[in-house]
Design a protein around this ligand. Structure first.
Ligand code: BGC
Length: 945
């Protein structure tokens, strides 16, 4: 009997999402089994509004019928149009042997306030216009009365408010009593958005746990809303909906400053909410934002993502969010408009408070000032408990990533981001102070205004987009374990609604190249499918009128619009990688037009196929130490790469005409690259001896791009790999790569038989290396290899972040190379695994990854002259396993010949390994592995079949 078990049911890559507006969501599952070769053969999905109908044969909304498909891990909903505001329950059944009973699992999803009609695919805001079901209007505070009643107090005048206005409070009381027919409430949904940021409460209870909602988009193109189930919060008598709104990305400081707040999207925050109350008799009543709401300001005198937040408790309006409050002195809200055309349901999980870190030390530096060390560079904010604060007395919290040589906060690298939160007392006691509409990148906080501060009074609240953990990595070298942790903290700190470059200075933008080089690492550490689904909409929204991708997304008027080589190309690379990782073809179908337009744009400007006429700026191999790689080499390599990936995307979508055209163009660009930049056999080229291959510029990144992107004829690969290795060795061994080259270094060296060099780079402790910052206290990856050095101190503060993830792209190789968890080049969604560990001098390494198909794991350990390798292959997948060994004849699996139980086949031996093809399941290989006779280096192609 089959032991197959579907689990982790997802709808559009999220678990039980509330409020989706995708007309044909993807319903997916993963599989587990404790038997080998227990693979799926067929599935069936049923969808119903009543959960019982799934079991009792009641009315189904959709039944896929039994679908014979051994590779399926999901299917797009293909039933009748989904209705808005409806919860759908679904069940998947999966068969292993055709006659066995199927295994099943259930889940649900719920549609949002509107569901546009139409099939799966790109459904931009334009598709939604005219089909709006919204009744709510956008409202805001009336600025005039606020100015009158809100003249700054003495204390506030002395405070830099950065020109920001207080956060408006908005409230509306309504009756929750049963309707006249006495029909009780059965369901209440709150649909909310803001132009700015919102926090909403119902009868004083905070609704949901989203932070910085509704998230960052180009608000001129798309505004997200969130849906909350508030059924339990609605009472019988008077109820109160209450919201605080703040500037956020909409009207606060964003990107490079000083530029005035509100320069990019809007000038004052606005709020939109629609509460739908459904009674047992089916009647629906609504409470919507309109001119019946009233507004005031309260304790939050300003709140800004870059500048920080100020709470003046003398301004607090106690009880304003509760029923019974007298709002007599409040002003009517101003209706700004009733535009709903840009509203979309959010497709990712929100930013949430994901952890709370206690201090590792609290140090008094003056009578009322302490420096708190949280031991970890992070993005978030400080939560502070204050026993009592006299009226007008201030507590000021400043943030920094590092301390200077006098052990004081080093804030120069924050540029104009004040990153300062202020609390002003009013004499009350037991104050819990935590800013709500800002976040900072910091490890240290300086807290002034409190003579006493204990470690129990303060925690760092870690904020990031809720991206479920997917992978773990471990190995015998504590430095590499810490490196892995730094890489992951860089991801957490920078996945805040969009993938940002850094969380601390006045920038925090969605730079495209940073995202594309780091995505493979990010997608191993976390499930980023929903997060990047959302960001790819930002990338698409940002496209320039001639079709080009930009450098940053969401687009920010005035910030380096047109995409540089390697930056704009992320619009092609990111969807391709997501498709390969998650197997969802919509990553490609939504992106293909943009991919084609991007390739066509570069082609139009560079008809001779050498990308020399810029589309936008040129950042080259950003921040590479040493001689720069010629710009045309970098650019043309990316042109070829993007064109090839566009062809592969078209192939995957069955668009063979498009594919063929792009394959041809890619081949032509590769030829042009070789003709123009590659010399082989010509003595004199960059010091080459006769017969030696050179790529123009003779830089590491030049060879890395040529090899990683397959730009050379196969006959030249070995020569390029040899030269690459020479350059790496001559440098230290060390890298001379920047953001673009670094991601390729270890994988390419490994692929060409030089895992030993990749390991040497990993272990290096001098600049440039990953371990140098770690030796000097780093807990995240630095923007620059030498952001701080013992001799030079801090690099120029204009660009010196200590929490940039781009150089952390080595994280990918820890999984794929060191531990060996990988999929083969032609595999999608881990259907064909490739487990090829590179032990180096380590004694053990392991990685576990929750793939879209199920759990993938590999772990090896050396003991004396033996090596053991454990591998887990999910149902529906197979694996090619390279068992590292110095004696292929010695390989055993669970003590027997590997082929014995019929699930493993020896398919070859090569330098230092025996290669097996295995079916799904768990395996434990052992083999002779003598350190003295370390496997010789050699390219993988030398495998003997
Ligand atoms: C950002 C980078 C970005 C770069 C573009 C910097 O200011 O921090 O991460 O990719 O600009 O060159």
């Amino acid at each position: 009997m089959s032991a197959l078990r579907p689990y982790a049911l997802r709808c559009d890559h999220r678990s039980t999402p509330l409020g989706i507006d995708e007309p044909a969501p993807l319903l997916s599952w993963r599989l587990a089994s404790d038997r080998r070769g227990d693979d799926p053969t067929a599935y069936r999905i049923r969808v119903a509004e009543r959960p019982e109908a799934l079991a009792d044969g009641g009315r189904l909304h959709w039944d896929s019928g039994r679908v014979e498909d051994s590779s399926a891990i999901g299917a797009g909903y293909a039933g009748p149009a989904l209705r808005a505001g409806t919860r759908y329950h679904w069940r998947v059944e999966v068969w292993s042997a055709p006659d066995d009973a199927p295994a099943d699992a259930v889940s649900w999803f719920e549609t949002g306030l509107t569901v546009p009609s139409g099939a799966a695919g790109r459904s931009g805001p334009a598709d939604r216009s005219g089909r709006s079901g919204w009744r709510a209007s956008w409202i805001t505070h009336n600025p005039d009365p606020i100015d009158v009643v809100d003249a700054p107090t003495e204390g506030e005048r002395a405070l830099d408010d950065h020109g920001l206005a207080p956060c408006p409070l908005l409230r509306r009381a309504f009756s929750g009593a049963a309707d006249s027919a006495g029909s009780p409430l059965v369901r209440a949904r709150l649909y909310v958005s803001a132009r700015g940021l919102y926090e909403v409460r119902l009868n004083g209870t905070r609704v949901g746990d989203a932070e910085l909602a509704p998230g960052w988009t180009d608000y001129t193109r798309r505004v997200q809303y969130q849906t909350y189930d508030v059924t339990e919060l609605v009472g019988q008598g008077e109820n109160v909906l209450a919201a605080t709104v703040a500037d956020g990305w909409w009207s606060g400081f964003v990107g490079f400053e000083p530029r005035r707040a509100g320069a990019h999207y809007g000038t004052f925050p606005q709020f939109l909410a629609e509460l739908r109350l459904t009674r047992a008799d089916g009647s629906v009543s609504t409470v919507v934002t309109d001119d019946t709401w009233v507004t005031h300001t309260g304790a939050i005198r300003h709140a800004d993502l870059l500048m920080g937040e100020c709470h003046d408790l003398r301004r607090a309006v106690d009880g304003w969010e509760l029923p019974g409050f007298d709002a007599g002195g409040w002003s009517p809200a101003l209706v700004t408009d009733a535009e709903h055309g840009l509203l979309v349901a959010s497709v990712d999980e929100p930013v949430r408070a994901m952890a709370a870190l206690p201090p590792v030390s609290v140090t008094r530096i003056s009578p009322d000032t302490h420096i708190v060390d949280f031991g970890q560079n992070l993005a978030g904010r400080v939560r502070l408990g204050v026993d009592a604060l006299a009226p007008g007395a201030r507590v000021v919290v400043r943030h920094a990533e590092v301390l200077d040589d006098k052990q004081r906060l080093y804030t120069a690298n924050l540029r104009t981001a004040a990153a300062t939160d202020v609390l002003i007392g009013d004499g009350r006691q037991h104050i819990a102070f935590e800013p709500r509409f800002t976040y900072h990148g910091f490890r240290y906080a300086e807290i002034s205004g409190l003579p006493e501060l204990s470690a129990d009074d303060v925690v760092a609240v870690v904020l990031h987009s809720d991206t479920p953990r997917a992978g773990s990595f471990d190995c015998s070298d504590p430095d590499i374990r810490r490196l892995h942790s730094c890489v992951e903290w860089g991801r957490r700190s920078n996945f805040v609604s969009v993938p940002t470059d850094c969380p601390q200075r006045d920038e925090r933008l969605g730079w495209l190249a940073d995202a594309q080089v780091f995505l493979p690492t990010a997608a191993l550490n976390a499930d980023v499918a929903a997060f990047f689904t959302k960001w790819l909409r930002d990338v698409d929204d940002a496209r320039t009128p001639d079709g080009g991708f930009t450098n940053v997304a969401p687009r920010l008027a005035g910030v380096a619009d047109e995409g540089a080589p390697g930056w704009g190309d992320a619009g092609v690379i990111v969807p391709w990688h997501l498709y390969r990782t998650y197997g969802d073809p919509r990553f490609l179908s939504r992106a293909l037009d943009g991919m084609r337009a991007w390739v066509a744009l570069i082609h139009r400007r560079n008809p001779d196929l050498i990308w020399r006429h810029r589309v936008g700026p040129h950042f080259s191999d950003w921040l590479a130490p040493g001689a720069p790689t010629p710009r045309e080499v970098v650019a043309t390599a990316y042109f070829a790469h993007s064109t090839r990936l566009t062809a592969l995307a078209a192939d995957a979508l069955g668009r063979h005409d498009v594919a063929e055209e792009h394959h041809r163009l890619a081949a032509d660009i590769r030829s042009a690259f070789v003709d123009r930049f590659v010399t082989a056999g010509a003595a004199g080229a960059a010091g080459a001896a006769d017969g030696e291959l050179r790529v123009a510029g003779d830089t590491q990144t030049g060879y890395l791009l040529a090899l990683a992107f397959g730009l050379l004829p196969a006959s030249l690969d070995a020569g390029a790999a040899r030269r690459l290795a020479e350059l790496v060795e001559a440098a230290g061994p060390a890298l001379r790569t920047g953001f673009l080259g670094v991601a390729l270094a270890a994988p390419v060296l490994d692929a060409y038989g030089r895992a030993d060099l990749a390991h040497a780079l990993l272990r290096r402790t001098e600049v440039p290396s990953w371990l140098f910052p770690l030796r000097h206290g780093a807990t995240t990856i630095w923007e620059r290899w030498d952001g701080w050095t013992p001799n030079g101190g801090f690099r120029a503060p204009a660009m010196n972040s200590f929490n940039h993830y781009a150089l952390g792209s080595i994280g990918e190789w820890l999984y794929r190379g060191v531990a060996g968890v990988d999929q083969s080049a032609d595999s999608v969604a881990y259907r064909r695994l490739r487990v090829r560990p590179a032990p180096g001098a380590l004694t053990y390494a392991s990685a576990r990854y929750e793939s879209a198909r199920g759990t993938v794991a590999a772990g090896w350990r050396r003991r004396g002259d033996r090596l053991s390798l454990r591998v887990r292959v999910p149902p529906g997948a197979t694996a090619e396993v390279f068992v590292p060994t110095t004696d292929p004849g010695s390989v055993r699996e669970l003590g027997a010949a590997p082929e014995d139980d019929g699930h493993a086949t020896l398919i070859g031996t090569g330098p230092g390994h025996a290669r097996y093809q295995v079916a799904s399941g768990a395996y434990h290989f052992t083999a002779a592995y003598s350190s003295a006779a370390r496997p010789p280096a050699g390219p993988h192609e030398e495998d003997i079949p």
